[in-house]
Design a protein around this ligand. Sequence first.
Ligand code: PBG
Ligand code: ZN
Length: 322
Amino acid sequence: MFIRPRRLRLNPIIRDLVAEMDLRPRHLIQPYFVHPGSGSSNIESLPGIARTGIDETCRQVEADLKLGLKSILLFGVPDTKSPMAEHSHDPEGVIPMAVRELKKRFRQDLLVMTDVCLCAYTDHGHCGVVEDGEIKNDESVAILAEMALVHAQAGADIVAPSDMMDGRVAAMRARLDDEGFQNVSILSYAIKHSGAYYGPFRDAAGSSPKFGDRRTYQMDPRNAREGLKDALLDLEEGADILMVKPGIHNLDLVWRLRELCLSPIATYHVSSEYSAVKAADRLGWVNGDQLMLEQLISLRRAGSDMIVTYAGREALQKQWIS
Ligand code: PBG
Ligand code: ZN
């Protein structure tokens, strides 16, 4: 007698019967780049994704809801930048205006998350404010907390700080609670490595640093423990959901974080992870559709409860999943 594992792979029904996990529309979060103008403009390095004005964003969201995509993550592409990023917490800024409009139109049918970071709002492109070439932590945190509050006041369900300053989750939680926004959740980018993976995103958001790099605040990709430690710190500070990013390249960290804590884990299938598949597909070197789906599945299998991905809409349009 010898053991035959292939018996459980004989046909689609038995394979489905023994499948250990699923990827469903409810797991996907679709990113949006919202600009103050009208219409939309394509992002060359992020095929299939566009920057959209508020009207166009609403139209696209309506279509996404019909497909079954109910969670979105908004990034602002403002036209006003300044050293202190004042526009980041302007109630008449592009994100608060977009959130108010979306919530008016779609109410509880749509879950609205907003990115909280300064890089698209500073003229130097860093995620915090700069003094004498140094990215100042506590000064930045005060502005970020204000930004989170303004998003909450506009109606955001979840605020998602991606700046990587120390203590920002605690500061945001306190500011939100003080102002009566106890029900607004915080999804923190808990483990976020620095490096080349965010290139197409920075094209889209116009948020590349004008000098230096992000290595004094984003994490060193050589480190695993550092990220896990900071993730647990975010939990202590009051984060509701922890995000790991880039997702595909940190499956080890998703897995280890899953074993370390009981909170929901999100992963960000980041711009380069997405665009690299698209580029190789265009060259005819890979089956992009299948590869993209396999990436998303691996994120789920590693322990990710939800996935931010540019491929969300396509996954439903092309019925990779249902
Ligand atoms: C802003 C932010 C970035 C991403 C999410 N929020 C870029 C960066 O840190 O430079 C990257 C997402 C992606 O590459 O898809 N801090
Ligand atoms: Zn940033």
